[in-house]
Each structure stands twice: as C-alpha cells, then as structure tokens.
Design a protein around this ligand. Structure first.
Ligand SMILES: NC(=O)c1ccc[n+]([C@@H]2O[C@H](COP(=O)([O-])OP(=O)(O)OC[C@H]3O[C@@H](n4cnc5c(N)ncnc54)[C@H](O)[C@@H]3O)[C@@H](O)[C@H]2O)c1
Ligand SMILES: CC(C)[C@H](C(=O)O)[C@@H](O)C(=O)O
Ligand SMILES: [Mg+2]
Length: 348
C-alpha cells in the first residue's frame, strides 16, 4: 500500500485535487490517501502555511499530490507566513531539486494555443527546472542605501554541485527522448550563469550521445513562440524555468494543461500542476483539472513505478480532449467535474 499525501491548498487547488483523487481511486490501485492543510488555508487554520503536521505527512508519504497555494488576502502578511512559503518549504525540506515540466500539445488543442496551429502542433518538450537554488533561496531582504533609499535584494547564486546534479537530470531526460538538450542561461551578463554554462559543458563530456546547445533566456523566450518545436529538453535555473514554463503552457494550449514532478535523488516526489490558485476563477467550477490529473499520472510513473497506470490516465485525458470536452480555458463550457467525468469515462 502506498501512502499519497494530498495537499489541496487554496483557490482552485481543492477543486482540481478532488478530481485527480477521483481518477486515482477509479484505477483501484493499492493506494491510501491522507489530506492536510497547506498554504493560506493552513495559515487560517493552524497559523502557519506549512504546519509541522503537514510537513511530517509529506515526509512520511510515498508521494505528495499538491494543488496550489496563494491567496490575495495574505499578500500583505509577513513573507514567512505567506501561502507561497508552503511550496517553497516543501521543495527545500524534501530536497526536491529537479522539476520536470513536460509541455506538449495534445491533438485537437491546436486552436487553443496562442500560436498558429502548425507552430503549436510541434510542441513536445520537457523543461527541467532547478528547484532548490537561485534567487529563490538566496539571501534576501530590505536595506537602506547610503542616500537613504529603501532597497530590496535577493541574492542569485548556484554552486557547481547544484548545477552538476540538475545538468545530469537534463542529460538523462534528453537521453531517453530525442537526445537534444538546450541549456538556458544569461551567461552574457550573470556570473551565476557563466558558472552554470561551464559546469553544464563539463558534464556534457559524459553524455556524448546528447546534442547540447546553449541559449540566452531572452532568446529562449522568443524561440518558444517562434518555433517551439525546436526544443526537446530545456535545462535551466529556478527563476528562468518558472517563467519559461508558464510561457510554454500557453503555447501548448493552456496553463491548465501542464503537470509537473518535483523530484529528489530517490523515489520521493511532489506532483503539482504548474499553475497557481487562480483566485479569479476559484469556486466557480471553471478550473481545468487536466494539469493535476496529469500530475497524478507523473506520480504513478516516477514515485510508484506504475507506467501502465500513468499511460492509462494520459490516454484518457487525450481521449477526452479529442472528443471535444473542454473547460473554458480551452474554449469550451465543461465544468471542472465534467472534464474529469470525461477522463474517467475513458480510463480503459
Ligand atoms: N505552485 C503553486 O502553488 C503556485 C503556482 C503559481 C502561482 N501560485 C500563486 O497563485 C496565486 C495566483 O497567481 P497567478 O494569478 O499569477 O497565477 P495562476 O496560475 O493562479 O493564474 C493565472 C491565470 O491562469 C488561469 N488559470 C490557472 N490555472 C488554471 C486552470 N487550472 N484552469 C483554468 N485557468 C487557469 C487563472 O484563472 C488566471 O487567469 C498567487 O498567489 C501565486 O503566488 C501558486
Ligand atoms: C508559487 C511560486 C512560489 C511557484 C514558483 O515560483 O516556483 C510557482 O510559480 C510555480 O511555478 O510553481
Ligand atoms: Mg510558476
């Protein structure tokens, strides 16, 4: 029996997690579920966005399925207590340094993409985002300059070990795909990026079968729109990966479609849609649950070694979309539950 920690969170988080749970339950696998509050919901209930009991459950579980955190009511709260600290804390505490964010266009969604159908049709990439470093976890704060101005600062840094381990994940991911790895950085300006590039190049000597290229992040943002089909695997830092994955999601139809896996060196993983709590549509049954359902599929694949069930879910999602069932973000009228119903009906 595998224990799955369900952390629904805020906004549309509980709505999409409920649907992913239905899909997992329908597979009749040997799973047990335990739910715990996280984010703004946990701050309200327990006074902290990541209460010790929630963290303990996440540590004890075989895998974590996470909805989303974030609530505008807490935007002015001291940073340490903001909902977003929960996901950052989980990534740090569980050592989840490798974030896989696959972006591919499901057949039939060409018209949902912001790109021309023939450009969008070629999208099939994985963004490998480093998740434990960069400006996210560097020293940060406020200070006053010599001339009395308030100043905010966030230190960007990577050490060579951090770069090496995520580079390896990038190369290994590319090795079992089309063997093309594009490392995205800003080495023309940032010393952090120059070290990143140097280390990625040295790791490349161990992967002669993978074709490595380097690209500056501004160009990568442009190329993602111009010709996203050129990318197989992108490896990049925490901040660039955050931004590029939201961009890639819209190229592939909707932010409601992109799942993710946050992995450590072993089997433990946290699985979540790349989107947030979407306060603008929360509680209205409009959220697309596919990203979370596809995250559950990634969970079965990476943490539970159940490739067969993962593919069942992915085929069912593809089937529902081909049949034209779509939530509003994809141009349809299906509710969150109806979208999941359509997936459930196709779990062959
Ligand atoms: N991992 C996370 O928990 C996570 C990720 C991103 C943002 N956030 C947080 O979420 C809150 C809102 O952030 P935001 O508005 O910048 O980003 P967001 O991803 O929540 O929403 C951006 C836009 O995409 C739409 N959208 C997102 N998910 C959707 C879905 N499944 N179906 C249909 N439409 C969807 C929203 O309605 C909104 O218009 C903030 O507090 C932010 O910090 C959390
Ligand atoms: C909520 C926020 C901390 C998070 C991030 O920046 O990593 C989110 O945008 C994501 O993409 O998972
Ligand atoms: Mg993001």
């Amino acid at each position: 029996m595998s224990l799955i920690a369900l952390l629904p969170g805020d906004g549309i988080g509980p709505e999409v997690i409920a649907q992913a749970r239905r899909v997992l339950e329908a597979l009749s696998l040997d799973l047990s579920f335990e739910e715990a509050p996280v984010g703004g919901a946990a701050y309200l209930e327990k006074g902290h966005p990541l209460p010790p009991e929630t963290l303990a459950l996440a540590k004890r579980a075989d895998a974590v399925l996470f909805g989303a955190v974030g609530d505008p009511r807490f935007d002015a709260v001291e940073r340490a207590f903001r909902p977003e600290q929960a996901i950052l804390g989980l990534r740090r505490e569980l050592g989840l340094f490798a974030n896989l964010r696959p972006a591919k266009l499901f057949p039939g969604l060409e018209d949902a993409s912001a790109l021309k159908p023939e450009v969008a049709g070629a999208i099939d990439m994985v963004i490998v985002r480093e998740l434990n470093g960069d400006v996210y976890f560097g020293e940060k704060g406020r200070r006053t300059t010599m001339d009395g101005l308030r100043q905010g600062y966030d230190l960007m840094s990577y050490n060579e070990r951090e770069v090496e381990r995520i580079a390896r994940v990038g190369f290994e991911t590319a090795r079992v795909r089309k063997k093309r790895l594009c490392s995205v950085d800003k080495a023309n300006v940032l010393e952090t990026s120059q070290l990143w590039r140097d280390v990625v190049k040295s790791v490349a000597t161990e992967y002669p079968d993978v074709h490595l290229t380097h690209m500056y992040v501004d160009n990568a943002a442009m190329q993602l729109v111009r010709n996203p089909g050129q990318f197989d695997v992108i490896v990049t830092g925490n901040l660039f990966g955050d931004i590029l994955s939201d961009q890639a999601s819209m190229c592939a139809g909707s932010i409601g479609m992109l799942p993710s896996a946050a992995l450590d060196t072993g089997k433990k993983g946290l699985y979540e849609p790349i989107h947030g709590s979407a306060p603008d549509i929360a509680g209205q049954g409009k959220a697309n649950p596919c990203a979370t359902i596809l995250s559950a599929a990634m969970m079965l694949r990476y943490s539970l070694d159940d490739e067969v069930s993962a593919e069942r879910i992915e085929r069912a999602v593809a089937g529902a979309l081909t049949a034209g069932v779509r939530t509003p973000d994809l141009g349809g009228t299906a509710t969150t539950a109806e979208m999941a119903d359509a997936v459930l009906a196709r779990l062959a």
